[in-house]
Design a protein around this ligand. Structure first.
Ligand code: B1N
Length: 841
């Protein structure tokens, strides 16, 4: 049914018009046609959905370019402080839908697609592969922050790594997780701009030597034994309905020369190719650990690689504009997303001292006034420590610099705490116990002007537990910025029916001013409105139900309570606590002792680190329970359990709008913030949760009557720990828990296999490091309260509405404003665009 169309190109530059030109459906259609023909070599008549996705994406990318270039011009012409957000992970998710939304041409794109015989935009959006360049919350936070920076018109560059393989794809086979390589680049990824002429050299290994400079001073220089080249691949990050289009600059590692011709000539062909292969391995794959540090050599190489490229890039930007290097802090504010880029402290010192011949004191001043550090975890297994030998081997010059930083720091401490060797040992960058190592959190803390945690409780624990001595030394350095998420992706894009209702009620501005949602509180007793609100949720649940069916074959009832836990699988996040609770409910239904006839669909999603045995066993455990529950006719209409494979950003967009109950059940004190909790609340889910991370603030904001609280507090957990916690005591006090454990033990969820879940059972009944047994009964009781509430649908809807209405604080726009004001000292810089093409070229 394709009608003939003409192949004329759009007038070159027609989309430079600041208002509307190039943004109507006709122009989008013309752009697509041209890209199909010239970029993809396809005729419209034979274009596949993937071809149309590519063509539309290129046409949309074209429409970002004016804003992207104009945003760079603003900085060039009127130098302004720019945020450099350094992160080993950017979990940006699908790009097409977000760019259409931020440009304001979603409808136009849909109309253009109709002319290619495509009835709905969603069929094209579904084709997009997402770049999984992150593990979980930390990487997704970086993506939300880039979007908010652009939307707030703040000049910013995100610096990271262009991994060839991102986080693995997850399959479930016989209940187990199977990892499959993520080939996100295979169909071509239209959103990046390679900039080979802005490549950087990075050294590794070798040795240092001292020499005397012209003035007769002793200096050190580094003679690396290997090199890699970083080639920037830039992704434009457009703000919401503004001209600011910031940049995500991801470095790909290339070999210095594709062949070492000397080695080639003497006949060492394989030796010659070896270095090339080694350096290209650098940006090959993302480490799939969330919250554990493996201390692997290649990981340190990756970190130094992208940090060095990024700092060289910043310094070069000053040179290009003839700005003295000593003015670095006026032009760049460098944020370290956890310690993964913490080598920046040593690398910036090295570049300033060795490359730019700046003296130590001045260099240190420049470094410490530009660098700030965000801590994302207190878990000891996540705190990065590098073996001293490995570090020296890979970065000998950096180690010299770190020794000097440390020596000066320890001198300062000796003055303040005369004779106190303990404190020196404790705060030193070098850990002298056992295998000597470099503590990256200490390097970051000493080198930064601010250190922040990611939720109020977490920031408090950093000061009280993680680094009390540092906090006493520099109280003014320590601060909090509670995480946030972008309402553009997590409400406007993912939940169109809720967004329409919000717009009807409070106007369109809630998208950039989430506090306007407070106005919804007026509707909390308006039956008519509450029903409309419930209807938006039902729409989401229908969509998720059909997704669940298509992926797992399980039929779920959209009118049942959707109870969801999606996040990385981790013992501290306690998916097994949820699983045990399901078994208790199953037993009650079997015994006819269930108090409430509440149909529930319990949904899990999340990946386990490939080397994390317990987490993988938890997945197997959930699937074992799902098999038994879903195949038992007694459970029909009452209980369903689903493990959704391959949880990622794209799937999150389907899950958040469809959730009634959000599970945020980590052991108090362990989850630094959590950000899924925020996405759920915005979309009108109620939370069952502990007083952990940002849950604490969420409960304060939505008010305690609209939050299902359970569990021990952080200080109660500490007390248990300090008083020989014994899970057995809790098991013995709770007959239902005993029954649950017995059922697992006899192999009821493993086809009679009594060995399969033994490690899990032994952990829970032995040490129970995450206090699952201690919190079980309270959790189970609170789940009863949840069911009771569900039976009063009106009361439930009111609570849900109040969650949405009061969640505005968790917009990443608020977080970014706080970073700008209290840490970065940067202000917005609007970007004007004129029609004058000449001015831009
Ligand atoms: O960072 C998120 C928080 O909301 C979460 O609570 C926190 O767990 C998460 C090593 C990490 N902390 N640490 C990591 C990721 C990868 C890696 O290799 C550690 N992720 C978090 C955003 O603040």
């Amino acid at each position: 049914s394709n009608e003939p169309f003409d192949l004329r190109l759009p007038t070159p530059g027609c989309y430079l018009d600041p208002e509307k030109a190039g943004m109507d459906s006709d122009a989008v259609f013309q752009g697509m046609t041209a890209h199909l023909f010239y970029t993809l070599g396809k005729l419209a008549t034979s274009a596949s959905p993937h071809d149309l996705y590519m063509a539309l994406s290129y046409a949309v990318k074209d429409r970002l370019m004016t804003r992207y270039l104009a945003s760079q011009e603003v900085i060039r012409k009127k130098p302004q402080k720019t945020v450099a957000y350094l992160s080993a992970e950017f979990l940006i998710g699908p790009q097409l839908s977000n760019n259409l939304l931020n440009l304001g041409i979603t409808q136009e794109a849909e109309d253009a697609l109709k002319r290619f015989g495509i009835e709905s935009l969603s069929t094209i959006l579904e084709v997009e592969e997402e770049p999984g360049l992150g593990n979980g919350g930390l990487g997704r936070l970086a993506a939300c922050y880039m979007e908010s920076l652009a939307s707030l018109q703040v000049p910013a560059v995100g610096y990271g790594i262009r991994y060839e393989f991102g986080i693995f794809n997850q399959l479930i086979r016989d209940g187990w997780q199977v990892e499959v390589t993520d080939k996100w680049l295979k169909g071509g990824w239209p959103w990046e701009l390679p900039q080979p002429d802005e490549s950087c050299f990075v050294g590794f290994g070798g040795r240092t030597e001292s020499y005397r400079d012209d003035k007769g001073n002793y200096r050190s220089r580094w003679i690396p034994s290997e090199h890699a080249i970083g080639v920037p691949h830039d992704v434009p990050v457009l703000g919401y309905r503004v001209n600011t289009c910031d940049r995500l600059r991801l470095w790909r590692a290339d070999a210095t020369e594709s062949f070492d011709f000397y080695a080639f000539n003497i006949g060492d062909y394989y030796g010659a190719v070896e270095e090339k292969v080694a350096s290209e391995t650098l940006s090959k794959v993302l480490y799939p650990n969330d919250g554990t540090d493996e201390g692997r050599r290649l990981r340190l190489k990756q970190q130094h690689f992208f940090v060095s490229c990024s700092l060289q890039d910043m310094l070069r930007s000053l040179e290009k504009r003839s700005i003295p290097i000593t003015e670095f802090p006026k032009h760049w504010t460098v944020q370290l997303n956890d310690t993964h880029p913490a080598i920046a402290v040593a690398e910036l010192m090295r570049l300033l001292i060795d490359q730019y011949q700046i003296g130590w004191e001045k260099a240190w001043n420049i470094t410490t006034s530009s660098v700030a550090y965000t801590n994302h975890t207190l878990l000891p297994e996540a705190l990065e420590k590098w073996d001293l030998g490995l570090f020296n081997d890979l970065l000998p010059r950096h180690l010299e610099i770190i020794y000097e930083i440390n020596w000066r720091f320890l001198q300062q401490l000796r003055l303040r705490y005369p004779g106190d060797d303990k404190i020196l040992q404790k705060l030193s960058i070098i850990d002298e116990e056992g295998f000597k190592s470099v503590r990256m959190a200490h390097l970051a803390t000493i080198g930064a002007h601010h250190i922040n945690g990611v939720a109020a409780l977490h920031s408090d624990l950093i000061k009280r537990q993680l680094m009390p001595e540092f906090a006493a030394l520099w109280p003014e350095k320590f601060t909090n910025v509670t995480n946030g998420v972008t309402p553009r992706r997590w409400v406007a894009l993912s939940n169109p029916s809720l967004s329409n209702l919000l717009e009807e009620e409070v106007g369109p501005n809630w998208i950039t001013n989430m506090e306007l949602l407070k106005k919804l509180e007026e509707k909390k007793d308006d039956n008519n409105f509450l029903e409309k609100f419930e209807e938006t949720k039902l729409n989401g649940k229908r969509k998720l139900s059909s997704f669940v069916h298509s992926k797992t074959g399980i039929l779920v009832d959209p009118s049942s309570l959707f109870d969801v836990q999606v996040k990385r699988i981790h013992q501290y996040k306690r998916q097994h606590l949820n699983a045990l609770q399901i078994i208790a409910q199953y037993l009650r239904i079997k015994n006819g002792t269930n108090k409430f006839e509440v149909p529930r669909t319990i949904i899990f999603g999340g990946k386990a680190a490939p080397g994390y045995f317990m987490a993988k066993l938890m997945i197997r455990f959930i699937n074992g329970i799902a098999d038994v529950v879903n195949s038992d006719p007694d459970m029909d209409g009452l209980l369903r359990v689903v493990f959704l494979p391959d949880y990622n950003v794209k799937l999150g967009e389907i899950v958040y709008p469809a959730t009634d109950l959000s599970e945020q059940i980590s052991t108090a004190g362990k989850e630094a913030s959590g950000t899924g909790n925020m996405k759920f609340a915005m979309n009108g889910a109620l939370t069952i949760g502990t007083l952990d991370g940002a849950n604490v603030e969420l409960r304060d904001l939505v008010k305690k009557e609209n939050f299902f609280l359970f569990g021990k507090t952080e200080s109660e957990i500490m007390d248990l720990k300090n008083n020989n916690y014994s899970p057995k005591t809790f098991i013995n006090q709770c007959p239902e828990l005993k029954e649950v454990l017995r059922l697992i033990e006899i192999g009821h969820f493993s086809n009679g296999d009594k060995e399969l879940f033994k490690p899990l059972l032994n952990s829970l009944t032995g040490h129970d490091p995450f206090f699952v047994m201690a919190d079980f009964e309270d959790y189970l009781n609170k789940q009863d309260v949840v069911s009771e509430c569900w039976n009063n649908k009106k009361a439930w809807n009111k609570m849900a509405l109040l969650n949405t209405a009061r969640s505005g604080y968790f917009s990443s726009d608020r977080s970014i404003r706080e970073y700008c004001e209290s840490i970065w000292k940067v202000s917005p810089m609007p970007v004007e665009i004129t029609c004058d093409v000449e001015e831009l070229t």
